[in-house]
Ligand binder design. Structure first.
Ligand SMILES: N[C@H](CCC[C@H](N)C(=O)O)C(=O)O
Length: 289
């Protein structure tokens, strides 16, 4: 008779308050299924987190590792910006990054996500800068349904609630709604309507953005698969990309979220967008399955 399953070791981390359970699958451990993700994410009966991240073998030549992302509801995602920084910090502590960053010449190393390959730089303040790739505004690739070309502002009327928003993919789908005051933004009523609307066949992360100045915005995000989080890295990238394309902000911006601040730069439309911010270890644990 097989003995009890070995406990599942994990790292608990966060990036600006967006929190994660990190699992090392490089030894060939099986990927978590949706049921395990929901159990781990449960803040009363489990560990508690917004997302589960797995560290896995690299997918591209010279990358240190790859990572995958599951939301608290067990659904998968193609990108997690705050998670990418935490994976980078995890790989630096693990020692795996040292060898690669020494050879890269500019001090960077690479990690692979479902959205592609990312260059990563460790910053002096304990934070990390990640190349997040190019924002993709093509409706079919966000994906959106019912639109064949880019619109500065999409408008949907859902049961007499009219919602105007921008939309972009950072590898995962984002809607961005401009508001005058994020503190008063109706996240819980508007975001689920948009997520379940015909416009987003794979749902969406819904950001509510307030422009403070041309180099500073405030943002709250109601994430797909989670609800409101204290920060959303890809959501910060998405909001900045939409607002830059609308001509409302400059190309190097501070994004203030409830859990902390990120720095997003998108030098020009043909360039990739970079995100810089914190990554923190909280504790190491064992999950008694
Ligand atoms: N909820 C997102 C995944 C996590 C994104 C967020 N935590 C980030 O930092 O980018 C989605 O389903 O696309």
């Amino acid at each position: 008779m097989a003995g009890p399953a070995a406990p599942l070791r994990f790292s608990k981390m966060h990036g600006a308050g967006n929190d994660f359970v990190v699992l090392d699958l490089r030894g060939g451990a099986p990927e978590p299924d949706a049921e395990l993700c929901r159990a781990l994410a449960d803040r009363h009966f489990g560990v508690g987190c917004d997302q589960i991240l797995t560290v896995e073998d690299p997918l591209s030549e010279g990358a240190v590792a790859s990572y995958r992302i599951w939301n608290a509801d067990g659904s998968g995602s193609q990108q997690c910006g705050n998670g990418a920084r935490c994976i980078a910090a995890w790989l630096v502590r693990d020692g795996a990054a040292a060898r690669a960053s020494a050879s890269a010449g500019d001090g960077s190393f690479a990690v692979d996500s479902p959205a592609g390959r990312h260059a990563v730089w460790a910053l002096g303040d304990g934070g990390y800068r990640i190349d997040m790739g190019r924002p993709d505004f093509e409706p079919a690739r966000i994906p959106m349904r019912g639109y064949t070309s880019y619109q500065d502002q999409y408008v949907v009327d859902i049961h007499d609630t009219v919602i105007g928003f921008g939309a972009v993919s950072m590898g995962n789908p984002h809607a961005v709604i401009e508001v005058d005051d994020v503190d008063a933004a109706p996240l819980d009523s508007i975001a689920p309507l948009l997520q379940s609307s015909n416009a987003f066949p794979e749902s969406a992360n819904v950001g509510f953005a307030q422009v403070i100045a041309r180099d500073r915005i405030r943002l709250r995000v109601y994430e797909r698969g989670v609800g409101e989080t204290l920060a959303c890295g890809s959501g910060a990238c998405a909001a900045v990309a939409v607002l830059i394309r609308r001509g409302l902000i400059d190309r190097d911006v501070a994004v203030r979220l409830p859990g902390g601040e990120l720095r997003i730069a998108w030098p020009d439309d043909a360039a990739t967008l970079s995100m810089a911010g914190p990554a923190a270890f909280v504790f190491e644990g064992e999950w008694n399955r």
